[in-house]
Design a protein around this ligand. Structure first.
Ligand SMILES: [Zn+2]
Length: 233
């Protein structure tokens, strides 16, 4: 993902990577566990998503997309796409994922501020996560240019900001999902904790990504001497 340079500040990023690995493991194991529990209502995840959207008065298409856990809501064409592993599945895990994606559709329809903020910084964040760190190290190693390093830091900050603003968006979509599944009577009270576990596990992957980005930023700041220690002397 990033060019790999060894320096003592690399150590700083290690806790983030460990959390990210743990979160990935956790989301896979929790999902495969609750993918075996079938909903009592017998409804499939796409049926639940359509019912939730209809109940909320949203004209949003529900489509199928290939892959596993590639579920997403696209605000541009107002379409909710459920992956092969979710679409048509009656499992609690799949229903949780579908309701979470429907949560994003409601955020979009209601102009939920963190979501619009996140959408508006996508280009800058992509640019920053691709070019920020390479530019920093090119400035540091090849040109000894503080300006290039600072531009690298600023660019990378966009992807850190993106990671942070993703957190309320994801947490909010999950809490909407749990609420609507419970209050709308799609799942029984006994089934809700399973959905909560699946969505919490998924949330940890976003927390881990944000932490990795923050630690990378701290590392850059230390290396550039902007944050005590380090620096190119
Ligand atoms: Zn989401």
């Amino acid at each position: 993902m990033f060019p790999f340079f060894f320096d003592p500040t690399m150590v700083l990023v290690i806790p983030g990577f460990i959390l990210a690995l743990w979160a990935q493991f956790k989301v896979k194991s929790t999902f495969s566990k609750y993918d075996k529990y079938v909903s009592r209502s017998g409804m499939t995840a796409d049926q639940v998503a359509r019912a939730i959207l209809r109940q909320g008065g949203l004209a949003v298409e529900v489509d199928r997309t290939s892959g596993k856990l590639t579920d997403n809501y696209n605000p541009r064409d107002r379409t909710l796409r459920l992956s092969d592993s979710t679409y048509g599945s009656r499992s609690l895990a799949a229903i949780g994922v579908a309701a979470h994606e429907a949560g994003h559709a409601f955020q979009h329809a209601q102009g939920y501020v963190p979501l619009s903020l996140r959408s508006s910084i996508v280009p800058a964040a992509n640019f920053g996560s691709t070019l920020g760190i390479p530019m920093f190290f090119i400035g540091w190693v090849f040109f000894h240019s503080e300006l290039l390093m600072q531009i690298g830091v600023v660019l990378f900050s966009f992807s850190v900001f993106f990671g942070l603003v993703t957190l309320p968006v994801e947490f909010n979509a999950s809490s909407r999902a749990v609420r609507v599944l419970s209050e709308g009577g799609y799942l029984t009270q006994g089934e809700i904790p399973a959905v909560r576990k699946v969505l919490n596990a998924a949330a940890w992957t976003y927390v881990a990504s944000a932490l990795v980005a923050i630690l990378h930023l701290l590392r850059l700041l230390m290396l550039s001497g902007l944050l005590g220690g380090g620096g190119d002397e």
